[in-house]
Design a protein around this ligand. Sequence first.
Ligand SMILES: [Zn+2]
Ligand SMILES: [Zn+2]
Length: 135
Amino acid sequence: MKSHLTRSQNTVLKLLKKLNREISAQELYLELRKAQLTLGLATVYRALDTLKLSGIVQARLLSNGETLYTAAQQDRHHVTCLQCGVSIPIQEEECPVHELEDQLKQSSKFEIFYHTLEFFGLCTPCQLEQSHSKP
Ligand SMILES: [Zn+2]
Ligand SMILES: [Zn+2]
């Protein structure tokens, strides 16, 4: 892991770790202001991008085009509703794709920082809504 972070990258990372949840750049910018750490929005975006490319920060693109960031290093698994966009983390005893990740490290020669796994479908309220609206 790269240790020579700039001050703004460090500030962003520290707050991400403290918040310990997924957050958009816009929201993070507001949280920074609340904490009296005034960084420009462009600086926040730049810092997040650099941290992402170093594998320190994880980015997840939602279906509405918004990107959420976390400092967490662990792998993420989600189930996401196609209709309302609700996205719920899945807690698993053991990750089913770790073996694949190890194989990929060998075969692709990539330095793999993390992976995500996302399942798509309809949540219960949206299923009910659909079955009610059927002719
Ligand atoms: Zn839904
Ligand atoms: Zn996994």
